[in-house]
Design a protein around this ligand. Structure first.
Ligand code: TRP
Ligand code: SF4
Length: 437
């Protein structure tokens, strides 16, 4: 199995995907400490994560952390795209610094849009809707890849520690792939890591919420972040915890620095072996590795390093389209766009594929199938925040007490009023958009 971030395939078996790529499960233990956990986190829509524990830790300890995500301006914004921004707005409400990359270079390189087209699309379709949905301008920056010199510089410089074989193995590039496309994962790595530069708030945990198709980019960014570190903290073959200096310059001063940091953090049983470029920490255990690694990371900029902490990520499922295939901008009947009028959206909902039985009688007798129903999915992802109500919809459907006609109508009404509110708020977005850019 290969994840191709640029294909239009959908994934059926998320658990298998997760296991195959070493993504960890995202479950109740991850969200139940969060303040007012968002419905997408509670309901299994966000189903996987990497390193989410470092984010949880920052939240519990009230230390700074950041969100970085991106949007690819290609076509209109639909309900599938809304999920990311729902998550981002939630994280903003609990104190994260927010960064949003407009992937205009990626869209140019992989989808054939001009930079001017992507700019118009990004503003009209995405950013105005983000504002209408409730994204606040405080601690929030939206930028275009093509205009961000720090991101582009990082892309070039960080590319040093990844080679062509790794890129083709990860992405399946061929001799025909254009070079802007080839380079776009490095720009995305620049997006993800630049927020840890001093100018953007410095080294701190960063969470990248994305759809699971983006995992190859997450793995690449994590690998690159680690490859550029000056220290490596690890358990050695004989079971000791060792701090190793990676570069071949400044070895003595890097060891001095590590020793000082370790001692001032109550690790005192140290054995330094300069020839191995190592300090063995005899009073540390495996549980201390991340902590020590983080302590050392913060000091790396003094030695011309970046000290990047590996970015954490969460992965959400994709929404099924109303027609039963993928929700896609190129199939208008499959998607509800945020700029649809309420009557357009209602019409699409009334035509959507449901899990209803062939006849009313049979549905009363055998019940419907909410697990294979686009209407139920709408309630689950977007139309109710109330878990009790959702459960009620599920069980009454299963028991044949709920009929599709009525159910669709209820969904259509709610969707209609959500879209009307968004449209109204979008009118005023223009006035404040500059505060975000
Ligand atoms: N590649 C992403 C997409 O196709 C867009 C993107 C660009 C992104 N930079 C990012 C996503 C950084 C997350 C983080 O939608
Ligand atoms: Fe779907 Fe509602 Fe019909 Fe159940 S009653 S199958 S949830 S539309």
């Amino acid at each position: 199995m290969k994840i191709d971030p640029w294909s239009s395939s959908t994934y059926q078996d998320y658990a298998r995907l997760r296991d195959e790529f070493g993504i960890e499960a995202f479950s109740e233990q991850h969200w139940h400490h969060l303040p007012n956990p968002h419905r997408l986190l509670r309901r299994g829509v966000v189903f996987g994560q990497r390193d989410f524990s470092i984010i949880n830790k920052s939240i519990q300890e009230k230390r700074p952390w950041a969100i970085l995500t991106g949007l690819m301006p290609s076509g209109k914004m639909h309900l599938g795209h809304k999920m990311i921004i729902d998550e981002v707005i939630y994280y903003q409400s609990i104190g994260a610094d927010i960064f949003i990359a407009v992937a205009d270079i990626e869209s140019y390189g992989t989808r054939g849009y001009s930079l001017q087209q992507t700019k118009t699309l990004a503003i009209e379709e995405y950013i105005k809707n983000y504002i209408a949905l409730g994204l606040k301008p405080d601690n929030c920056q939206i930028y275009f890849q093509s205009k961000n010199q720090d991101v582009k510089d990082l892309a070039y410089l960080l590319g040093k520690k990844v080679n062509w074989s790794q890129m083709t193995a990860t992405y399946g590039f061929s001799g025909k792939t254009n070079m802007t496309h080839v380079f776009s994962p490095l720009i995305q790595t620049g997006d993800i890591l630049h927020v840890q530069l001093p100018k953007f708030g410095g080294i701190r945990p960063v969470l990248v919420p994305v759809g699971v198709d983006q995992d190859p980019h997450i793995r690449l960014s994590r690998d690159i972040a680690k490859a550029h570190r000056l220290y490596n903290v690890t358990k050695t073959k004989d079971g000791r915890i060792g701090v190793f200096v990676k570069p071949d310059e400044q070895i003595e001063s890097l060891l001095d620095n590590a020793e000082e940091i370790l001692r001032s953090n109550e690790f005192t049983s140290l054995k330094r072996i300069t020839d191995y470029k190592a300090i063995y920490v005899n009073d540390a255990t495996e549980e201390n590795i991340d902590h020590i690694d983080k302590l050392l990371a913060y000091s790396e900029p003094e030695f011309d390093g970046y000290g990047f902490l590996p970015p954490a990520a969460t992965f959400h499922r994709f929404m099924t389209g109303l027609t039963g295939e993928k929700m896609s901008s190129s199939k208008p009947e499959s998607a509800i766009f945020l700029t649809d009028t309420s009557s357009e959206a209602k019409k699409k909902i009334m035509h959507a594929k449901t899990g209803g039985a062939v006849s009313l009688e049979q549905q009363k007798k055998e019940g419907g199938n909410p697990d294979d129903c686009m209407i139920y999915e709408l309630f689950l992802y977007h139309l109710t925040d109330d878990d009790e109500e959702l459960k009620e919809i599920y069980t009454t459907c299963k028991q044949g007490e709920r009929m599709c006609g009525h159910c669709k109508k209820q969904a259509a009404e709610r969707m209609g009023s959500i879209l009307e509110t968004i449209a109204r708020k979008r009118e005023h977005a223009e006035e404040i958009i500059e505060e975000y850019l």
